[in-house]
Every structure is written in C-alpha cells, then in structure tokens.
Design a protein around this ligand. Structure first.
Ligand code: SAH
Ligand code: SF4
Ligand code: F3S
Length: 476
C-alpha cells in the first residue's frame, strides 16, 4: 500500500460525519424556530498559520451546521478556543481565558465551551481540564477536526462532557467546508505534521508525522481561490522544503512552486516555513525564476552558534546557513530575509549568544521573531542542564532586540526613493485618506489612496521610512 493511503480517512467515516452534521443542523433549526435567531459561535485561534487555517475549517464546519458567528463572547452559544502549545505563555493565556468564562457559563448554563488545537494533544493538559475546569464541555485534538459534527451532536444531546483526543500519526482530510477570514489573502496547507524533532519543540508531538497533500488538490484549491478574487496565496507547512516525500507522484517543493506559478491570473505566492537544512539551490533558483513567488524567505536560524544548533538537532551549522544565505542573496534580486531566534536555549553561553548577534549582523534580516526559550514537557531539551538565569536570558533578549532594531531602521531607510509594488489590502493607519498594503518582501506601506483600489497591485514610490512601515505615493 502506498504511504499516502495511510493518511486517508475512509469514505464511510466522512459519510457518518455528514449524517451528524445534518442532525446538528436540524437541532439548530429547531433553536431558530423557538428563539427567532441563529445560534452563534465565537471561535478564536491562537498560534501559527496552521492553526488559523484549522480554525477556518472549524468555522466552515460550524457554518454548514447552521451556526452564525460573533466576535462577542457574551453573545455566543458556543465558545471555542483553538489553542497553541509552542511556549508556556501561550498556554497560560488559554488557561486564563478559559477561567474567565466561568461566570459566563453561570449566567447562561446553555453556553457550550470547547477547546481544541495543539495544547489538547498533551495528556497533562487534558487531565488538568478534566479535573479543574468542569464547565468545559468539549475537548478535541488536532487529528479529529473532521469529527466535529459527531462531537458537537454528543455535547448537545447527551449533556455530558466529550473528550476526543486520539493519539494518531495524523490524517489528511480533503474538501472540508471552509470559512476564510479574508477575501484577498488565503492560507493553503500543503502538508501537515513534522518529523524533525528539534529538541526544544512540541510541534512533532502535537501535530503528528509529516504528510503531504496531493499536488492536484493544492493546484485546484489555488485555481478556485484566484477565480474568487484572492490575490495572495500562502503555502503552509512546518517545513515546506520537504514537501512531496511519500507521495506517489514524484514532486518536490520547487516543482510545486513552479506549477502554481504557471497558473493564470495576477496573484502572489508566499510560503512558510523553510527549514534551512532542506533549502536547496534548486529551490532558490526557482524562487528567483518564478515571477509570482515573492522575493522573501522566512528562514529560521534559531541560533548563530554551531554548538547550540547541534544541541537543537537542527542539522545545519552556522557556516552552512551563511553559505545558503549568500547563495540566496546572489541569486534573488531584492531578497528579504526574516528569521526566528531562540534566546537562552539550555546551555547557551555568552559566547554562543555573541555568535547569534554576529550572525544577525552579517545576514541583515528585515525583521525577526524572537523568543526566550520555554521548556516543553516531553521534549529532549527539557532534560538538558540550564544554568543560565532568567535575568541573564532577559538581558540577552533585550540586547538582541536593540541590535535588530538598528538593522531594521537601516534596511527600511534604504527604501526611500525606490518604487515598490504593493497589494492594496485595507485602510492605512497613517491618516484617513490612506490605504495600506505589503511589498513583495512583506514590508507594510501606507500611501494616500481611496478604497476603490482595494485588491489591486499598485506601484508606490517610497518617501519616508518609519520604524514599523514605509510611507509613499502611488506613481501613475
Ligand atoms: N516549523 C517552523 C517553526 C514553528 S514554531 C520552523 O522549523 O522554523 C515557530 C518558532 O517558535 C520556532 O521557529 C522557534 O523559534 C519558536 N519556538 C519553538 N519552540 C520553542 C520553545 N520551546 N521555546 C521558545 N521558542 C520556541
Ligand atoms: Fe518544531 Fe523543528 Fe518541526 Fe519547526 S522543524 S515545527 S521547530 S520540530
Ligand atoms: Fe502552536 Fe501548534 Fe502552530 S503548537 S505554533 S499552533 S503547530
């Protein structure tokens, strides 16, 4: 049996879910007749775009069962938090928010409270919810989003708590209903899960094994979105550079990019995240050649010290990373690089940290996502000696921010006088008559314009650099 078959959910199971979906729909119709209004759901996704994308599917499934949506928790009949487990503060925030729902539930005992997403895949979290949060009605994991109709039916009818968190390598479910958050920019997962087991990271434990979608499915989804007026497609995966492994169709990420680039229409292609260990020269050449693919690579380095990179199980060292960056800079005109950095990984010495500073000074990133290391239960790094104090870590973190700020200002300043292409995305922050958008390499640009240009690509001449954006004027 081909490996890809392994991820498929049976037709029978999907049909079963369709039956439950109709049942919940009927219950919600009954509600409408009694109360004269639709049942409303409040759905909030935390974490990365993968979670946001799951959240869009959850909202799609809810909409097909007759739910409407609200941004006000007080108005909701169903509150669902789609959680992230990447760092401790992300988890603390969720517990805080769930705790705050207690009084809503007391006021409205009919309110359903649900939790899903990455945090739920950890057994200690599920245990804690079971024991200490009795007013949480529904908990489901990352591998059973498609079973939401059945779980919701159980919650609505049996009046008992439902915990559905199977341990699984994961599934690929195509053609789920989807309710996208935007009408110009869309997220498309091209793969799920992760096999890399970076020693600090929880994702491989909560998202299952790496698995790729069939290229035909992806291409069809992009085509549909372009026909609907979407102008920017972001391809998602924890490591898009290993796309295609295990598929019957021989294909890699560069070839997928090439195929999407060849589709008709005016649109941009972005992707995230690229793991440096799997970024090939072929990929970089492809980015340079494909005019729809943005000249921006988010290439998380995590640390500038080869010793720490080894401890992190990243499978590249400082020299290899810099060589890759050099090749990319030479090959892709106006390349913008961004990165993720972890400060204070267990055993990081001052010298290791200095190596990180010197690396970011060498590479000159447009921006950075910086994190202080957070211990995750069950990961390898959680067992490592960590003699550095929180205070030392926080000092290093502040220094990193300061160094990057300088670099960012200089990089932005260099745009003054240049003309950049921008997708007009919405109202600008600079003033009433301003619109805003992003350049190909992800920098925010504000410029005087009216909303009639929404969704169009315009050329903007940059007149001024702020520390968070560029200002400019449309050139006719
Ligand atoms: N798959 C992506 C990253 C996903 S998580 C990649 O490999 O680049 C996003 C970022 O969160 C990571 O790049 C890392 O910088 C950070 N991160 C992950 N685990 C962390 C932890 N335990 N503590 C602090 N930051 C962490
Ligand atoms: Fe986490 Fe590493 Fe996988 Fe990224 S590649 S999700 S950092 S284990
Ligand atoms: Fe968080 Fe899960 Fe993404 S842990 S970063 S939401 S894959």
């Amino acid at each position: 049996m081909a490996e890809e078959k392994k991820w498929t959910v049976s037709q029978q199971e999907l049909e079963q879910q369709a039956v439950f979906s109709e049942k919940v729909f009927a219950i919600n119709q009954g509600f409408y007749q009694v109360h004269g209004r639709q049942r409303l759901a409040y759905v909030k996704s935390y974490g990365c775009q993968q979670n946001v994308s799951d959240g869009e599917k959850i909202k799609g499934i809810l909409a097909s069962m007759g739910y409407g949506f609200t941004e006000q928790k007080e108005q909701a009949d169903l509150i669902l938090y789609n959680t992230c487990a990447i760092r401790e503060n992300a988890e603390d925030r969720v517990f805080g928010n769930v705790g705050a729902l207690k009084h809503l539930k007391r006021r409205n005992p009919e309110l359903l409270i649900g939790l899903c997403g990455c945090m739920m895949q950890q057994s200690h979290i599920a245990q804690r919810l079971k024991k200490s949060y009795p007013y949480v009605d529904l908990v489901f994991g990352t591998h059973v989003v498609h079973q939401l109709p059945e779980n919701l039916y159980q919650t609505l009818t049996a009046h008992k708590r439902v915990f559905n968190i199977p341990d699984s390598d994961g599934v690929i479910v195509e053609d789920l209903p989807i309710r996208r958050d935007g009408s110009l920019k869309a997220w498309i997962p091209i793969m799920y899960g992760c096999n890399n087991f970076c020693t600090y990271c929880i994702v491989p434990y909560v998202r299952g094994r790496e698995r790729s979608r069939e290229p035909e499915k992806i291409l069809k989804e992009v085509q549909t979105l372009i026909a609907q007026g979407y102008r920017e497609i972001t391809l998602l995966g924890q490591n898009v550079n290993s796309y295609g492994k295990g598929l019957q169709t021989p294909i890699d990420f560069a070839e997928l990019l090439e195929k999407i680039n060849a589709l008709e229409g005016e649109f941009r292609i972005r992707f995230m995240t690229s793991h440096p260990k799997d970024a090939t020269k072929k990929l970089i050449d492809t980015i340079a050649r494909c005019e729809k693919v943005c000249n921006h690579i988010h290439l998380p380095v995590q640390s500038g010290s080869s010793h720490i990179l080894k401890q992190m199980n990243r499978h590249y060292n400082r020299e290899q990373y810099l060589e890759l960056v050099n090749y990319a800079k030479q090959t892709i005109p106006n390349l913008s690089l961004t990165s993720d950095i972890i400060v204070g990984f267990p055993g990081e010495t001052l010298q290791d940290f200095e190596d990180t500073i010197s690396l970011i000074e060498t590479v000159q990133y447009d921006s950075l996502f910086t994190f202080i290391y957070s211990k995750r239960v069950g990961t390898k790094a959680a067992e490592m000696e960590d003699p550095t104090t929180d205070e030392q870590k926080s000092e290093r973190f502040q220094r990193l921010l300061a160094v990057q700020k300088e670099i960012g200002i200089e990089r932005y300043q260099a745009y003054v006088g240049k003309t950049v292409r921008v997708l007009v995305e919405g109202a600008g922050k600079t003033g009433e008559d301003y619109m805003t958008g992003r350049t190909d390499n992800y920098i925010i640009v504000d410029f005087p314009a009216d909303s009639s240009l929404l969704g169009q690509f315009v050329d903007v001449k940059i007149t001024k650099a702020l520390n968070w954006a560029l200002l400019g004027e449309i050139v006719k």
